[in-house]
Design a protein around this ligand. Structure first.
Ligand code: HPA
Ligand code: ZN
Length: 326
């Protein structure tokens, strides 16, 4: 148990965190109260988020996100999330942001939101020692047209802080290839690419993300394990999977952590990183993820050290930033 406590306190790198999904429920309910909005239906009596299953999760997520309106609301959120990250010994984190929620895809509105969040991120770095980088995500179930707008927002504001483009949302809506224009646009702007795949649909989704969107990381991607040839391809191409074990168990992708393929994927030589996805929704944290993996798979501190290094290697930041953190 002493060993587990030491592991929990190790410095961590997190690559897959939805900013709105990291909003503590009391942060959202306080904001709702300030705006005199009643969103009590999305909370349980104990104050946690209330949802059943993935599709309902996305609805509750969007309802909670609805109280975030002004750039200043997002700046406050980024500071609150920075504090959670610091409390979990996270030293580097990439968070997903969505122009669909921040200005509705309008580039000028998006610039104001991004500026507010960049300022907050600079404060978090200075005051809490957590380096933050941003990845714009389009929302799959909103469709390719909206994704195109998100990509244009991202391309216009790419830089030192905004380093990547990706896709979240409902994996059962549309096809990866429908979003090729958005990903091409982001790539041409110098952004690095990732897409959610292989969480709700099987290995063919991961192949589609690699073939059509030419991403270098996959959000989740855990169901790749069902196709040995795909696993070989991930290894050969050094594709990093942004694995979120607690999220997968909370949403029922796997019945329990012991049944999660992260151990098998690692053994096969796939680059895996560990993240929390939407931590308060899934009752998790980076410390809890580390604790669970140490207890369930008997991973020792060397494994977690390797994991953090592999994650930093797969990070979308520039080399100078990487060298400063390593
Ligand atoms: N998965 C997919 N889409 C999302 C998520 C998630 O965990 N959070 C917000 N959008
Ligand atoms: Zn996610």
């Amino acid at each position: 148990e002493d060993a587990v406590r030491q592991i929990e306190a190790m410095p961590k790198v997190e690559l897959h965190l939805h900013l709105e999904g990291a909003a503590p429920p009391d942060f959202i309910s306080r904001l709702a109260a300030e705006k005199r909005e009643d969103i009590s239906r999305i909370f349980r009596r104990d104050g946690s988020y209330a949802f059943e299953g993935f599709v309902h999760f996305l609805k509750v997520y969007e309802a909670a996100t609805g109280v975030l309106r002004r750039p200043e609301d997002y700046a406050r959120l980024a500071r609150a999330v920075g504090e959670e990250l610091a409390a979990n010994d996270v030293i580097y984190c990439e968070t997903f942001l969505s122009p669909d929620f921040c200005g509705g895809g309008d580039v000028d509105a998006w610039r104001d939101y991004l500026a507010a969040m960049e300022e907050a991120a600079a404060e978090v770095e200075r005051d809490l020692g957590v380096t933050l980088r941003f990845v714009v995500t389009c929302v799959r179930h909103l469709g390719p047209e909206r994704a195109r707008k998100s990509a244009l927002c991202a391309a216009e504001t790419a830089g030192r802080r905004l380093v990547g483009f990706g896709m979240a949302g409902d994996e059962n809506a549309f096809e990866q290839k429908d979003f090729a224009w958005a990903f091409d646009c982001a790539r041409e702007a110098g952004l690095r690419l990732t897409s959610h795949a292989g969480e709700w649909r099987g290995p063919e989704e991961v192949r589609a993300a690699l073939d059509h969107l030419r991403v270098e990381r996959i959000g989740h991607g855990v169901r790749s394990v069902e196709d040995p040839a795909l696993v070989d391809r991930l290894v050969e191409n050094g594709i990093c999977l942004e694995v979120c074990p607690g999220s997968n168990v909370a949403l029922g992708v796997y019945p329990r952590l012991a049944a999660h393929p992260i151990e098998t994927l690692r053994d096969r030589g796939v680059r895996v990183s560990v993240s929390t996805d939407d931590p308060p929704f899934f009752h998790t944290s980076m410390r809890a993820e580390y604790r669970g993996l140490a207890r369930t798979f008997g991973w020792e501190s060397e494994v977690f050290g390797e994991l953090a290094r592999a994650s930093l290697d797969a990070a979308f930041c520039d080399e100078e930033t990487r060298a400063r953190i390593a």
